[in-house]
Design a protein around this ligand. Structure first.
Ligand SMILES: Cc1cc2nc3c(=O)[nH]c(=O)nc-3n(C[C@H](O)[C@H](O)[C@H](O)COP(=O)(O)OP(=O)(O)OC[C@H]3O[C@@H](n4cnc5c(N)ncnc54)[C@H](O)[C@@H]3O)c2cc1C
Length: 210
C-alpha cells in the first residue's frame, strides 16, 4: 500500500508561507496553508517590494523570475545600468586609444600589425580569398575588419581595428553586466564582474536541493 504523504499545516500566506509550501509540495508533502486575514483584505494588486540577493535566487529557482521581470518592466530593471556600464567602458577604451595613438604607440606590438595584414590580405594580396583568413588567431576580428582595412589611412593607423576592439569591449561589458544584474540584482557586482553566491545558508541549502 502506498504511503500517505506527510501532512503539513502552514500558518500565514504572505511571503514565506506560500514559498515553504511550494518547496514542501515539490518534496511530496501534503501542504495546507491558512491565513487569518479576511479574504476581502487580501491585496490582489501585488506589493511594492525590492527584490535583491537571495530573493532573486529563490525567484529564479521557483521559475517565477521571468514573470517577475516582465512585471517589473524587465528591460528597465537591468538594461539601463548595463547600458551605462557599456558606455563607460567605451569611453575608457576610446580615451586609451586616443592616448596611445597620440603617443605613436597604437601599433607598437608586432601582433597588432600582423592582425591588420591578415585582415587586408583577404581581399588585397597576390592570391586573395578565404584561405587568407587563416592565421594562428581566431578569424572574427579579421573578417570584421577586412572591408574597413582596405582604406589605406585606416590600415596604416589601425583606426578601424581599434574602433572594432573598443566597440567589442563595450558590447562584452554590456552582455556581462546584463547577465550579472539579471542573476544577482546587484549593479556593483556587475561593475566588479564578480559572481555573488547565495547570501544565506538557507538559500545555499535550497540551491543544492533544487
Ligand atoms: C514597510 C516594509 C517594507 C518592506 N520592504 C521590503 C522589500 O522591499 N523587500 C523585501 O524583500 N522585504 C521587505 N520587507 C520585509 C518583508 O515584508 C518581510 O520580510 C516579509 O513580509 C516576511 O514574510 P513572512 O511571510 O515571513 O511574514 P509576514 O509577511 O509578516 O506574513 C505573516 C502572515 O501570517 C499571517 N498570520 C499571522 N498569524 C496568523 C495566524 N494565527 N493564523 C493565520 N495566519 C496568520 C499574517 O496575516 C501574514 O499574512 C518590508 C517590510 C516592511 C514592514
Amino acid at each position: 500500500m502506498p504511503r500517505q504523504p506527510l501532512r503539513v499545516l502552514i500558518s500565514g500566506a504572505s511571503v514565506a508561507g506560500p514559498m515553504v509550501a511550494y518547496w514542501l509540495c515539490r518534496q511530496g508533502f501534503a501542504v495546507t496553508v491558512v491565513e487569518r486575514m479576511p479574504l476581502a483584505r487580501v491585496r490582489t494588486s501585488g506589493h511594492a517590494v525590492d527584490l535583491f540577493g537571495p530573493a532573486m535566487d529563490v525567484a529564479d529557482w521557483t521559475g517565477v523570475l521571468p514573470a517577475v521581470m516582465v512585471a517589473l518592466g524587465a528591460g528597465a530593471a537591468f538594461a539601463r545600468p548595463a547600458l551605462l556600464i557599456a558606455i563607460a567602458t567605451a569611453i575608457a577604451g576610446a580615451a586609451a586609444a586616443f592616448y596611445y595613438s597620440r603617443a605613436g604607440l597604437a601599433l607598437t606590438h608586432y601582433d597588432a600589425r600582423a592582425h591588420l595584414v591578415v585582415a587586408r590580405r583577404i581581399l588585397d594580396s597576390l592570391m586573395p580569398g578565404w584561405q587568407q583568413i587563416g592565421a594562428v588567431w581566431l578569424p572574427l576580428p579579421h573578417v570584421l575588419n577586412m572591408l574597413p582595412v582596405q582604406i589605406d589611412a585606416w590600415y596604416r593607423t589601425g583606426a578601424s581595428a581599434i574602433a572594432i576592439s573598443v566597440m567589442s569591449m563595450a558590447a562584452g561589458a554590456w552582455a556581462l553586466a546584463s547577465l550579472i544584474i539579471r542573476r544577482t540584482g546587484s549593479v556593483s557586482a556587475a561593475i566588479q564582474r564578480r559572481n555573488v553566491p547565495p547570501q544565506s545558508a538557507d538559500a545555499r541549502r535550497m540551491w543544492s536541493s533544487a
